[in-house]
Design a protein around this ligand. Structure first.
Ligand SMILES: Nc1nc2c(ncn2[C@@H]2O[C@H](COP(=O)(O)OP(=O)(O)OP(=O)(O)O)[C@@H](O)[C@H]2O)c(=O)[nH]1
Ligand SMILES: [Mg+2]
Length: 453
C-alpha cells in the first residue's frame, strides 16, 4: 500500500446520527480546507480544536453543517496529518462529505489503511494493529478486554522481552566468533543455556494461550440438537433472552437451521437451533434434517436435548447414541424434568449429562457450568491478559523449535551454529511484532479490517 498520498473514508457505520469522514496524508490539511469551510480555516494554530462550518457540496457551494478538526503529524491516529469532518449521519450526507474530500484530491482508503499507516509510522506494532481489529469485532466483554490489553501493548511487551534476551545472547556469540581467541570477560555458556530454557518455557506459556485466543476471537459454534419437541427452540430462546424461534407443542416446528449470536459466560457463541431429528415426513423436513446433521458435524459443542417426559426414553437415548463419533463435544441435556419428577434418567458415560427444565428455568446455571468447562477444559475465572492468535502461534512455534539446537551448539562452544539457530528464533519473534514481515502477509492482515479503520 502506498503511504505517501492522501486517503479518505467514511469511518462510522451506516445509520448513526453523525458520520465521521477521515482524511489522512500529507495533503490532509489542504484537502480538508477545500472539502469544508468555516469562519476560520483549519491550520496548525487551531489543531485539535473542533471548528464549526459547512461541507462543500460543490467546489463553490456550501452544503450541510459539519464540524472539522485537524490533528497534525505526529499527534494523530496514523502518525501523519489527519483531518476529520463530522457531518450529519445518513447515507447521503456522509456521501456528500466524502465526495467533497475526493473532489479535493484524496483517494478512497483501502480496508485497514489508516491503521496500516499507524503501523508504518511506528505508532503501534503489528500485534497492536491486529488488536485494533479485534476491538472492533469483539463479541463479548472478555474478548474486548483482551483486545484492549493487546492494543495497550501487553503482547508487545512480552515478545519484546524475549526478543531482546535472545539478541543479547546472539551478540555474544558473534563477538566470540570475532574475538574468540582473546581473553575477554565472556559469559559462561551454561548461563545462556539456562536463559534459553527459560525463554523456551515463556514461549510455551504464550502458545498455551492460543486456545483462549481462538475462542474469544472466533467464538464457538454451539448447536442445539435432538429429537422433535425436546425443547431445542425453547432453550435457544431462553439462552438468548428473547423469543427468536417459534415454539409449539407440535413436533417438527423448526424446519430449517437458525443462527443467532450470543454471549454465554463471557464466551462469544453462535447458537444454532436445528430441525428435530426423526424420519422425515416430507421433502422439506428431510432437507431440514440433513442440515441438522451438517450443523452437528460442524459444531464445536452440541447441546443434545432429550425429552425426559417422552413416552419412550429409550428412543431418545438411541438417537443420541447414533452420534457417538461426536461424543467428545456433546453435552446431554435432559429437558422437561418438571414433567418427569419420578423418572430416573440415564447418564452417559462419555459426555456430561445435565437435567434441566426450560419451562421452570431450572438448572440452567449447571448447564452453563458444563458448557464453560467444556470450552476451557479447566476452571476459568480470570479474564486473560494475553492470548495469541493463529499467526502468532505459528511464529512462536518456529521460534521455540530452534532453541534446543541453539542450546546444544552453545554447550559445544559452536558459536557459529548457535548464532544461526538464534537468528531463526529472533526473526520469528520479530515478525510477530512486525519486523521484516512479508508485504503479502501485511496485506492479508490489513485487508480483513473494515474500510475507515
Ligand atoms: N413442561 C415443559 N415443557 C417444555 C419444556 N421445554 C419446552 N417445553 C415445551 O415443549 C414443546 C416443544 O418445544 P420446542 O422448543 O418447540 O421443541 P423443539 O425441540 O424446538 O421442537 P422441534 O422444533 O419440533 O424440533 C413446547 O410446547 C414447549 O413449550 C420444559 O422444560 N418443560
Ligand atoms: Mg424447534
Amino acid at each position: 500500500m502506498n503511504t505517501e498520498d492522501t486517503i479518505c473514508a467514511i469511518c462510522t457505520g451506516a445509520g448513526g446520527a453523525i458520520s465521521i469522514i477521515r482524511v489522512a496524508g500529507p495533503d490532509a490539511l489542504a484537502i480538508g480546507n477545500k472539502a469544508w469551510q468555516g469562519q476560520q480555516k483549519l491550520n496548525k494554530s487551531n489543531a485539535r480544536k473542533m471548528l464549526f462550518g459547512k461541507t462543500m457540496s460543490t467546489p463553490d457551494t456550501a452544503g450541510d453543517t459539519a464540524l472539522a478538526v485537524y490533528m497534525s503529524a505526529p499527534n494523530s491516529y496514523t502518525g501523519g496529518d489527519v483531518v476529520e469532518l463530522h457531518c450529519h449521519g445518513g447515507a447521503l450526507a456522509s456521501r456528500q462529505t466524502l465526495e467533497a474530500a475526493l473532489r479535493a484530491g484524496a483517494r478512497p482508503a483501502e480496508p485497514g489503511e489508516f491503521t496500516f499507516r499507524a503501523f508504518v509510522n511506528g505508532k503501534m506494532d503489528l500485534t497492536q494493529a491486529e488488536a485494533v481489529s479485534d476491538v472492533i469485532t469483539a463479541h463479548s466483554d472478555m474478548a474486548l478486554h483482551l483486545a484492549e490489553r493487546q492494543v495497550q501493548g501487553s503482547l508487545t511487551r512480552g515478545i519484546n522481552g524475549l526478543h531482546e534476551q535472545l539478541i543479547a545472547i546472539l551478540a555474544e556469540c558473534e563477538s566470540r566468533m570475532d574475538f574468540g581467541e582473546e581473553e575477554l570477560d565472556w559469559t559462561e555458556p551454561e548461563k545462556f543455556i539456562a536463559d534459553i530454557e527459560e525463554i523456551g518455557g515463556n514461549i510455551q506459556n504464550l502458545l498455551q494461550t492460543g486456545h483462549e485466543g481462538a475462542v474469544l476471537r472466533d467464538g464457538i459454534r454451539v448447536v442445539l440438537a435432538g429429537r422433535p419437541n425436546a425443547g431445542k427452540s425453547s432453550l435457544l430462546n431462553l439462552l438468548l433472552g428473547f423469543d427468536r424461534a417459534i415454539v409449539t407443542q407440535l413436533p417438527g416446528t423448526t424446519r430449517d437451521t437458525l443462527e443467532e449470536t450470543a454471549n454465554l459466560r463471557g464466551i462469544p457463541v453462535k447458537l444454532i437451533d436445528t430441525a428435530g431429528i426423526r424420519e422425515a415426513s416430507d421433502i422439506i423436513e428431510g432437507i431440514g434434517i440433513d442440515r441438522s446433521h451438517q450443523s452437528i458435524e460442524q459444531a464445536q459443542i452440541v447441546l443434545w436435548l432429550l425429552d425426559a417426559s417422552a413416552g419412550s426414553i429409550d428412543d431418545e437415548v438411541r438417537e443420541m447414541s447414533t452420534h457417538t463419533s461426536e461424543k467428545e463435544k456433546i453435552i446431554a441435556v435432559w429437558n422437561k424434568t418438571d414433567l418427569a419428577e419420578d423418572t430416573t434418567l440415564p447418564s452417559f458415560e462419555h459426555c456430561p449429562t445435565i437435567e434441566i427444565s426450560v419451562e421452570k428455568q431450572k438448572n440452567v446455571d449447571i448447564l452453563l457450568d458444563a458448557f464453560e468447562k467444556m470450552v476451557w477444559d479447566y476452571p476459568h475465572t480470570e479474564e486473560p491478559e494475553i492470548a495469541v492468535n493463529a499467526r502468532h502461534m505459528s511464529l512462536l512455534e518456529e521460534a521455540v523449535e530452534s532453541l534446543p539446537a541453539a542450546a546444544l551448539n552453545l554447550s559445544e562452544n559452536d558459536w557459529e551454529l548457535a548464532a544461526v539457530h538464534l537468528r531463526t528464533a529472533i526473526a520469528a519473534l520479530g515478525q510477530i511484532i512486525g519486523q521484516n514481515v512479508d508485504p503479502d502477509i501485511l496485506d492479508n492482515i490489513f485487508s480483513k479490517f473494515c474500510i475507515g479503520k
